[in-house]
Design a binder for this molecule. Structure first.
Ligand code: BGC
Length: 486
């Protein structure tokens, strides 16, 4: 629990004037309609269809069928009373072969979506790249090929020109770390590569793509348009002094290789080979491009990682080896509340992350562009979806955001992940992150209890005491502070 769980004054529970409330999705996770109206294949179509890559062999072929249910989705966003909706553009819907010929039908779909949102006073917030690279570009090397960065610059220019009068806030890339790590190092996401050299190359090219997209958007959108990347900076928390140096290297490998080229125009020396892009790939002027000024930093936060000393040959409960660091383990306290993804629930880590990024970005506006939890939701016989754990999760993390704001961090908004249950990548449809439940057979969307709670907060701008939103007799897990060192 944090200081605002049940205590705290009404003033301390109030979000600042103009705070942007939103929710988000991404194209491959919700749209379906993978062959409609000239869309080309993406790396996720190919990856999900290959045996063994996703839970149950699930694919995004239909997903939430949002491409055909645009009106339904705008209607549920309205129910939430939020001021903004974050969605991503399917690159192969707009440029079916990754570059060159534009598919007007694809652009029209996004223009229509923006139009409908704006009619209801909801601001579209558009992510240019959320993981569904056109397969045609994968065939020329994907993110390991420098040319892909220029192709993303081209995409941004096409989008900025077509939607620039409707969209005032753009996110260039979503979580470059996951594209690189899961896509090129661990092989758990498309395109399923397991090669450190490709991963290090992809790191530089996706950061270059961010810079080129920022410049392209800036050049073709009206003055006042806000542009920034979204990072999923992972908190590595050392639980003993011996592991501090390890946590610092992990921070360089997994976080600073993405933050520093944007915020400092450099890659961290502390990052290991296979993480830091090799010098021969960095051309003159590249780091000026990656460091093109941005208007905000998007922050996706789900959980922290705890690191401590531990015997690799005698692992204890909650310990996992950390590759490359014999004698050090990632640790999760057995009593730490966790979601069904086995992700520990530690809201104060969000507060600390916001404080860190505030310092490191020189006070840039920060937007929490994703935060949320998967739960085993089901429709009760009474027709309700009583996702208490999600209500508790949101409450805790909004409390953490308020604490960061009180400490002077400029947090401009919060986008809950996700608007509705959707295709959770390699986990398929078994992991539900939505405020709205989706019955994937019929496509029906049903508001969960968390949707009602979130709507109340978004409309009032105030976080009520937890005891007021969780009826007596219902108990939410306490969220303990960081586990003690051993
Ligand atoms: C991604 C989302 C994903 C969510 C939950 C983030 O890494 O941006 O697409 O669904 O986390 O795993």
């Amino acid at each position: 629990m944090n200081s605002l769980s049940n205590g705290g004054s009404a003033a301390a529970r109030q979000f600042p004037e103009g705070f942007l409330w939103g929710t988000g999705t991404s194209s491959y996770q919700i749209e379906g309609a993978v062959s409609a109206d000239g869309r080309g294949p993406s790396i996720w179509d190919v990856f999900a269809h290959a045996p063994g890559n996703t839970f149950h062999g699930d694919t995004g072929d239909v997903a939430c069928d949002s491409y055909n249910r645009l009106e339904d989705d705008v209607a549920i966003i309205r129910e939430l009373g939020v001021g903004a909706y974050r969605f991503s553009v399917s690159w192969p819907r707009v440029l079916p072969s990754g570059s060159g010929t534009v598919n007007q039908a694809g652009l029209d779909y996004y223009r229509r979506l923006c139009e409908r949102l704006l009619e209801h006073g909801i601001q579209p917030v558009v992510t240019v790249y959320h993981w569904d690279l056109p397969q045609a570009l994968e065939e020329t090397g994907g993110w390991a090929n420098r040319d892909t960065a220029y192709r993303m610059g081209e995409l941004a220019q096409v989008l900025g020109t077509a939607l620039g009068d409707q969209v005032r806030m753009w996110i260039t890339i979503n979580e470059p770390l996951q594209t690189v790590h899961q896509g090129y190092r661990a092989g758990t996401h498309a395109p399923g590569k397991r090669d450190d050299a490709l991963a290090a190359a992809a790191t530089h090219h996706i950061m270059l793509a961010h810079g080129l997209a920022t410049q392209a958007l800036r050049a073709c959108t009206p003055a006042g348009t806000r542009i920034g990347p979204t990072m999923d900076t992972q908190p590595y928390i050392a639980l003993d002094s011996a592991s501090e140096a390890v946590a610092d290297i992990l921070d360089a490998d997994f976080n600073r290789v993405y933050l520093d080229p944007v915020l400092r125009g450099s890659y961290p020396d502390a990052a290991r080979t296979g993480f830091r892009p090799p010098d021969e790939l960095i051309q003159d002027g590249d780091l000026e491009i990656t460091a093109t000024p941005i208007d905000f930093l998007g922050v996706n936060y789900y959980r922290p990682h705890h690191v401590r000393s531990g015997d690799w040959e005698d692992l204890r409960l909650g310990e996992r080896r950390i590759g490359g660091f014999p004698g050090f383990v990632q640790y999760m306290a057995p009593d730490l509340p966790r979601t069904v993804m086995e992700w520990g629930i530690v809201p104060e880590s969000l507060r600390d992350l916001l404080l860190r990024l505030h310092r490191e970005s020189g006070g840039l506006p920060l937007y929490i562009t994703e935060n949320g939890c998967a739960a085993d939701d089901y429709i009760s016989p009474a027709g309700t979806i009583d996702d208490h754990e999600r209500v508790g999760y949101i409450h805790g993390h909004l409390g953490a955001a308020l604490e960061a704001i009180a400490a002077g961090v400029n947090v401009g908004g919060y986008f809950h992940w996700s608007l509705m249950d959707n295709f959770e990548w390699a986990e398929g449809y078994r992991r539900r992150f939505g405020l709205f439940y989706v019955d994937f057979e019929s496509g029906r969307r049903v508001a969960k209890r968390s949707a009602h709670f979130y709507a109340q907060v978004a409309r009032s701008g105030e976080l009520p005491p937890l005891q007021d939103v969780v009826p007596s007799g219902e108990r939410l897990p306490d969220v303990p502070a960081t586990p003690a060192a051993v």
